[in-house]
Write a protein that binds this ligand. Structure first.
Ligand code: ADP
Ligand code: MG
Length: 455
């Protein structure tokens, strides 16, 4: 009888809708006018009840069943609503009933970002600054049981976060083709979410994101301050962790330092393994340059790099790997155009601007000037004796920045601030550190000033 009703339903709601929403239903019981079904997930229960309850009832009645109500629930033994998150330790989890495949969802293409074919483990050079991040990424790429969740990778721009995430995805795709791996940026996550809201396809969105085995979200700091996206991210995150699915997240800073990110999300992000990619050191930079040069030479036989050139670049270009790579690319292009061997002279000539930019060091004078400008106080007050709060505070900010943006010692900084004692400088820096924890405006001011001077 149900089969007959299904045939009718397929006609009335359409084949796709039928396959997506009604086919996965299991007819459980029919008594007292109540028709009971089981659906694989809570979302499906809600969605089907709301959207297909009426048609189902109608078709049942047409077939002569005295049905009054449709009831849809998840199979016994699976909690309807997840218990509160705080009450659940992440590490030890009760085994979850295997998920019934949602065919329509699983056949759907994942809305991931394209992977860069060059970002593999093979092309990733490991050094002290990134060895931990690399090892953790390797572990995740094994596709074995989840040992930490999430893996949270953070570090400054161009240090290899995206590269590592793509490498995980590549590795899983080749070794574990059966796993559904979804990689995307937090920005794309938001975009999809907003689109789903607009198109009223939020249930599809939820189902889709909850159907993956490995979810990787790059640059998660992007969703800070975006309230409903954060909320949705949080639920997706929890749903996947509950199912024992692996999550990998990256950000430009540690979870606790992402401003305008909900506390509960921060604490969830800290639950797994948090590893940072440190700024590169000389050896790593040299290793990267050598690896890239070898790869280039393999593709372009005849290219000659004089000895000392790579060492020179590794020594002088310290900003980040992206800049380093850019320099090398330009060098190769230039050399092939002019048909010359790559010598130190050629490097200096063709990379003059990059080298100059890398050489730039912020001076204490510059910091004092920018801070004075920002707070609209006189430059002379930076070094003067006034104790007025409106002047003393900016002065302390300048001390703080001098400590963080230059390599000057405290006594040296003291001398540049009108001959103050190093303990005064230390006190000023501590004060700012303390205030920043609670004073958002101040923290923002400092972030802004830093960016101004670092660029
Ligand atoms: P992030 O996402 O941290 O900003 P990316 O992963 O985009 O940085 O890396 C920037 C560039 O530097 C990429 O081209 C990447 O391949 C390269 N890169 C970064 N770290 C390494 C490394 N350890 N070995 C090889 N290439 C690297
Ligand atoms: Mg990146």
């Amino acid at each position: 009888l149900w089969g007959q009703v299904c045939n009718e339903l397929q006609r009335t709601v359409g084949r796709t809708n039928f396959n997506t929403w009604i086919a996965p239903l299991q007819l459980i019981d029919l008594s007292d006018g109540i028709v009971s079904f089981e659906a694989p997930t809570k979302f499906m229960c809600d969605w089907v009840s709301r959207n297909y309850g009426e048609p189902i009832l109608r078709e049942l009645r047409n077939s002569g069943v005295a049905a009054e109500r449709v009831a849809i629930r998840v199979p016994e033994g699976r909690p309807l609503a997840p218990p509160p998150v705080e009450a659940r330790p992440v590490v030890e989890k009760a085994p979850v009933a295997p998920r019934r495949p949602l065919r329509a969802i699983e056949e759907q293409e994942l809305p991931g970002a394209p992977l860069d074919a060059r970002f593999t483990f093979d092309s990733f050079v490991v050094g002290k600054p990134n060895e931990l991040a690399h090892a953790a990424a390797r572990r995740v790429a094994e596709g074995g049981p989840v040992s930490f969740n999430p893996l949270f990778l953070y570090g400054g721009v161009g240090l290899g976060k995206t590269h590592l995430m793509h490498a995980i995805a590549h590795e899983l795709q080749t070794q574990h083709g059966e796993l559904r791996v979804l990689y995307l940026s937090a920005e794309q996550f938001m975009y999809r979410f907003v689109q789903a809201l607009r198109d009223r396809q939020i249930m599809d969105f939820k189902e889709l994101f909850r159907s993956v085995d490995v979810l990787m979200v790059d640059d998660v700091q992007f969703i800070a301050g975006k309230d409903s996206t954060q909320e949705e991210f949080f639920h997706t995150f929890n749903a996947l962790v509950d199912q024992g699915k692996q999550i990998v997240i990256s950000a430009d800073r540690a979870p606790g330092e992402i401003k305008d990110l909900e506390e509960r999300i921060k604490s969830r992000l800290q639950c797994g393994l948090v590893v940072d990619l440190h700024p590169t050191d000389y050896e790593l930079r040299l290793g990267i340059l050598q690896t890239k040069t070898e790869a280039y030479a393999a593709r372009n036989p005849g290219v000659i790099v004089a000895s000392g050139v790579l060492e020179f670049l590794a020594h002088r270009i310290t900003t980040n790997v992206r800049v380093l790579e850019g320099a090398l690319t330009r060098l190769f292009a230039f050399a092939s155009l002019v048909g010359r061997e790559i010598t130190l002279d050629l490097a200096q000539e063709c990379l003059a601007d990059i080298l100059r930019a890398s050489d730039r060091r912020v001076t204490i004078e510059e910091i004092q000037r920018k801070v004075a400008e920002h707070y609209n106080v006189r430059l002379s007050d930076m070094i003067g004796p006034k104790r007025l709060r409106t002047i003393a505070r900016p002065r302390q900010v300048a001390m703080y920045l001098a400590k963080h943006l230059t390599t000057r010692s405290l006594p040296e900084i003291g001398r540049r601030f009108g001959g103050r004692d190093h303990t005064t400088i230390m006190h000023g820096i501590r004060k700012i550190d303390e205030l920043m924890a609670t004073d958002r405006q101040l923290a923002e001011d400092i972030g802004l000033l830093k960016r101004l001077m670092e660029s």
